[in-house]
Design a protein around this ligand. Structure first.
Ligand SMILES: *[C@@H]1O[C@H](CO)[C@@H](O)[C@H](O)[C@H]1NC(C)=O
Ligand SMILES: *[C@@H]1O[C@H](CO)[C@@H](O)[C@H](O)[C@H]1NC(C)=O
Ligand SMILES: *[C@@H]1O[C@H](CO)[C@@H](O)[C@H](O)[C@H]1NC(C)=O
Ligand SMILES: *[C@@H]1O[C@H](CO)[C@@H](O)[C@H](O)[C@H]1NC(C)=O
Ligand SMILES: *[C@@H]1O[C@H](CO)[C@@H](O)[C@H](O)[C@H]1NC(C)=O
Ligand SMILES: *[C@@H]1O[C@H](CO)[C@@H](O)[C@H](O)[C@H]1NC(C)=O
Ligand SMILES: *[C@@H]1O[C@H](CO)[C@@H](O)[C@H](O)[C@H]1NC(C)=O
Ligand SMILES: *[C@@H]1O[C@H](CO)[C@@H](O)[C@H](O)[C@H]1NC(C)=O
Ligand SMILES: *[C@@H]1O[C@H](CO)[C@@H](O)[C@H](O)[C@H]1NC(C)=O
Length: 890
């Protein structure tokens, strides 16, 4: 249980000046606001006067339904968009079809106000679907003021189908539909979509908030309990961290009136299996004495989720679950409890709870949906049930279609298209060829004209074609004369069979050349061969990235589009991994995604480090395979090489070269029996790490962003050469942090690019920022974040000390003043430019490498190369140092 409850402290960066600009520019961009049933004679779009939202008619987004409006005496109770509605007396499933951005999280909100529009006073009850999956049942019984349903959902295609499905006798209806694209990395789940359970801000006064207070137009309701006291501020509170709750919501907070009591929010779970995601927003808004402290732990069902938290002054901190939580016996309790060191009670500004809904049914293959819609348009078909997904759920499959439907996780494909007796005119639609799994095509008894197209013969999946009873002309193409294809074409007076003229004019012809038994045998053989072949084919290790561009890499890649024998050997079975590590005997570390064990290759020749990954930490198995395949091809002397992997069912492991001499953090702190390293040596490690990073950025295509550069990820090998670890698994694994809150989505606090909070994206320049922090640590040996320090972040601390202009106050005292001050100043300036809050002002890694080499030259000019290196006894050290200076073949 505890293990599944991973939460994250999302710290707002130290640089908040840029935030406001961004927030203002988000003006309804991508918003879809539909006033359902808006009469055609009313202006559309129009600006709703209370929210300033731009609403438009829904008419072009749905092909069915009738429009109406609620009873006149109720109209004044509702905003204009919610007074009219669309209802669906015909058909079972009626769908809105909306253009959205595939793969992006969207807020979807539907509103329903019955308002006795039909004068029958019978509250409707029906179901809502998103694509082929059930979303929610709407039951308006007793809800005289209507209801709204809201969900965060990531569409799997660029078209989003919101369907109302009749289930019973009442008529489905809808008042408004609101779609809002969300920030890139917010409200992400391990699986499933997030249905709104509650979203509140803690205030005893004002009512509810939405756009424009909330840039994403989420709705926040006020919530307050009698045992709480309100605190509030009139000054500005920073709200920008990717979640961006309204500033107003952060200016108030609740704190328990009894200062030693916890702050508790409870709710009951209708179903004990229900899974929740939680989001707590905290901003310190009280001024208090310096002798006071506020810190508290965050608990869910009495289990510690996160803590202690010391909220930052006037800045947002969001704590959220990175995996779902459940409530035993249906009682859920979220609590904030002050630590005994804290002199002030806990507080909370705003809180969100969502319930997970799984959407397991895959949508029909997107290109087939496009094709069949194209066919529909070509022939001007308008069938009430051709709405929503063509194939699924099966009970709502479009008339005239049949689909392959093996299981819910595979994309359904169209296998039959029967447009017999539909009064079709014109030629045979070219879009039919895009139904690549089509087995039966029936276009009989229409008024089709023109020739029989060649492409029908090339559709290898086709078993039956019926084009009889039309007005087709010309001759039947040669390609349709193929084994196993049944062709009916009688009743086309101007059509000549096969090739040129012949007397068998107009007769029904069957062209299976091989006897049925024979073709069945062939089919089975082909099927078996296909299955065997497919199994062998490494479709699972398909590279999604383009090949790496370095000539050497290119050559390997181009010559072996299939993994080579050598590549295959890099895949190990779980039993080999057990043997390799001697049953995981020696644990050498705990990394971002799991424990690391020492091992030796089976023949004992090579030491390896085996990282065991918990299956649950992988976000997608396919992505894992693709990334591993890519990383197996990345080789650089300053990168820890991946030598193999294991992916046997539940067992995922990565096998790396073993790097024996600890990490840079240990060498800076002197912990773990590591000697403290001198200035010249630090510069060399910096150059080597920079070279590794430069290679990821410019030596690989596409560039690889490390995403988690920090001192504990810079390892030293037996020759004390620096090697960067833990890169590249960015897409299939969240980036690692420290200790138990390691599986966080947003990098390691302190090292994380402050621009990430605006863009939610990490690029090469984010690595440069993190590298700047690493350099500052190497220079100062100060902690990256120290809450007991007046300037808690290392950049603030250095920035402040720089005002004094005394380098000796900044440099690590453990260096005992033993460094060239010019090289020290230069390194410091470089570090600060890397850590510039604006990514555009940071140098590239290539520039960093050049600068660091200059620092080394300056340091070496002091003459005594080996001075101070006595603590490191390796004779190899100076040799390795020299090799850094030689341009190396990669
Ligand atoms: C419906 O809204 C009206 C006006 O806001 C309110 O007075 C009434 O109590 C509400 N009814 C219900 C059942 O919520
Ligand atoms: C439709 O209604 C029936 C009977 O009330 C119910 O069993 C079924 O679950 C409903 N379907 C959905 C998708 O909710
Ligand atoms: C809200 O809280 C403030 C501060 O505790 C208090 O002064 C005010 O009276 C409260 N208002 C209401 C309506 O309870
Ligand atoms: C305040 O809370 C503490 C801890 O929950 C409790 O022991 C104490 O009785 C409470 N005091 C009052 C006056 O309610
Ligand atoms: C902090 O100092 C103020 C006065 O400077 C005093 O009133 C208060 O009691 C002190 N608080 C604590 C927790 O010591
Ligand atoms: C806080 O309280 C716990 C339990 O009462 C105790 O074990 C711990 O030592 C206390 N911590 C401090 C810093 O006083
Ligand atoms: C197509 O539908 C018609 C009736 O609408 C039916 O007679 C015919 O057999 C169907 N064709 C195929 C290939 O199933
Ligand atoms: C085909 O078209 C002719 C006239 O153009 C019409 O008389 C006939 O009914 C049509 N047939 C079908 C099946 O629609
Ligand atoms: C078939 O699909 C492809 C790609 O989806 C598209 O470019 C092409 O135009 C389609 N062909 C027809 C005839 O619709």
């Amino acid at each position: 249980m505890e293990r599944s409850l991973r939460l994250l402290l999302l710290l707002i960066g130290t640089f908040s000046a840029i935030h406001t600009v961004q927030a203002q520019s988000k003006s309804q961009e991508g918003f879809i606001s539909l006033d359902c049933g808006l009469p055609a004679n009313e202006l559309s779009p129009y600006k709703e006067e209370f929210t300033n939202l731009q609403f438009s008619s829904d008419a072009t987004f749905i092909q069915s339904g009738k429009t109406s409006r609620i009873q006149a005496n109720r109209e004044s109770d509702f905003l204009k968009p919610y007074r009219t509605l669309r209802y669906f007396p015909d058909g079972t499933r009626n769908c809105y079809n909306l253009k959205v951005e595939k793969g992006r999280n969207h807020l979807i909100r539907a509103r329903f106000v019955y308002g006795n529009y039909d004068g029958r006073d019978i509250s409707p009850k029906f179901d809502m679907y998103i694509g082929p999956n059930p979303w929610v049942t709407i039951d308006l019984e007793r809800l005289v003021n209507g209801t709204l349903k809201e969900i965060f959902h990531i569409p799997t295609s660029n078209s989003l189908q919101i369907c109302l499905v009749k289930n019973g006798t009442t008529t489905p209806m809808i008042s408004a539909l609101e779609i809002r694209p969300m920030g890139k990395d917010s409200y992400i789940t391990k699986s499933g979509s997030l249905a709104l359970f509650n979203r509140v801000y803690l205030s005893n006064s004002s009512s509810y908030l939405r756009y424009p207070d909330d840039v994403y137009d989420r709705q926040w309701f006020k919530y307050f309990k009698t045992e709480w006291t309100q605190i509030s501020t009139t000054s500005d509170v920073g709200n920008s961290n990717g979640y961006d709750p309204p500033k107003v919501a952060l200016t108030t907070a609740a704190t328990p009136t009894n200062a030693s009591a916890p702050l508790t929010i409870e709710w009951s779970s209708a179903n004990p299996e229900d899974e929740y995601y939680l989001y707590g927003h905290f901003a310190e808004i009280q001024n208090f004495q310096t002798n006071d402290t506020r810190e508290f732990n965050i608990l869910m069902n009495r289990i510690l989720l996160f803590g202690p938290l010391i909220p930052e002054k006037s800045k947002i901190n969001t704590i959220y679950s990175t995996s779902s939580v459940t409530c035993d016996e249906g009682r859920c309790s979220f609590q904030l409890i002050k630590t005994n060191r804290s002199t002030l009670p806990p507080f909370l500004n705003a809180f969100e709870v969502y319930r997970v809904i799984q959407f397991p049914q895959s949508e029909t293959d997107e290109s087939e949906v496009t094709a069949v819609k194209n066919i529909e348009a070509t022939y001007g078909l308008s069938r009430i049930n051709w709405q929503g997904d063509p194939c699924v759920p099966r009970q709502y499959m479009w008339d005239g279609l049949d689909c392959s439907n093996t299981d819910i996780s595979t994309l359904p494909r169209i296998t039959t298209l029967n447009l017999s007796l539909n009064g079709l005119t014109g030629t045979i639609a070219a879009a039919i060829q895009n139904l690549t799994k089509l087995e039966k095509l029936d276009l009989s008894n229409n008024n089709l004209t023109g020739e029989v197209p060649e492409f029908l013969g090339n559709m290898k999946s086709l078993l039956v074609i019926n084009i009889s009873g039309n007005n087709l002309n010309g001759s039947i193409p040669q390609s349709l004369q193929r084994k196993g294809l049944e062709l009916h074409y009688q009743g086309n007076p101007s059509l000549s069979p096969l090739g040129t003229s012949t007397k068998r004019h107009g007769k029904s012809v069957l062209i299976p050349i091989v006897a049925a038994v024979g073709s069945a045998v062939i089919l089975i053989v082909v099927l078996v061969l296909f299955l065997v072949f497919r199994k062998k084919k490494p479709s699972t290790v398909k590279v999604v990235h383009p090949p790496l561009s370095r000539p050497t890499m290119n050559a390997t890649y181009a010559n072996s589009p299939e993994p080579s024998i050598e590549m295959k050997k890099r895949r190990f079975t779980y039993s080999e991994v057990v043997k390799m590590t001697n049953n995981f005997e020696r644990v050498v570390g705990e990394g971002g995604f799991g424990v690391v064990c020492h091992g030796t290759t089976v023949n004992g020749s090579e030491q390896v480090a085996v990282k065991l990954l918990s299956q649950s930490s992988a976000q997608g198995y396919k992505e894992f395979k693709a990334e591993v395949d890519l990383l197996l091809r990345v080789h650089h002397t300053n990168l820890v090489s991946l030598v193999g992997y294991c992916d046997e069912r539940d067992h995922l492991a990565l096998i790396y070269e073993f790097v024996p001499n600890g990490d840079l953090r240990q060498h800076l702190s002197g912990k773990g029996g590591r000697p403290v390293i001198n200035w010249g040596f630090r510069l060399r490690i910096a150059v080597e790490a920079a070279l590794g990073l430069e290679y990821l950025h410019i030596g690989c295509t596409p560039p690889i962003v490390h995403r988690d550069v920090k001192t504990t990820n810079i390892l030293l090998d037996e020759h004390y050469k620096a090697k960067l670890a833990d890169f590249g698994l960015s897409r299939s694994f969240p980036v690692g942090g420290e200790s138990h809150v390691s599986t966080v989505v947003a990098g390691t606090p302190g090292y994380l690019d402050p621009e990430y909070y605006q863009t939610s994206r990490l690029g090469e320049k984010s690595d440069v920022y993190s590298f700047g922090i690493v350099l500052l640590e190497m220079i100062t040996n100060q902690p990256v974040i120290d809450r007991n320090r007046r300037n808690s972040h290392i950049t603030q601390w250095v920035g402040n000390e720089l005002n004094g202009g005394d380098i000796t106050k900044i440099m690590d005292p453990k260096l005992n003043g033993d460094y060239d001050s010019r090289s020290a100043w230069r390194a410091l300036e470089l570090a600060m430019s890397c850590a510039n809050p604006s990514s555009a002002k940071r140098p590239t890694m290539s520039h960093v490498v050049i600068e660091l080499k200059e620092c080394i030259v300056s340091e070496n000019s002091r003459g005594n190369m080996s001075r101070g290196m006595d603590s490191l006894s390796s004779p190899e050290v100076s040799m390795v140092f020299d090799s850094v200076m030689i341009p190396r073949a990669r």
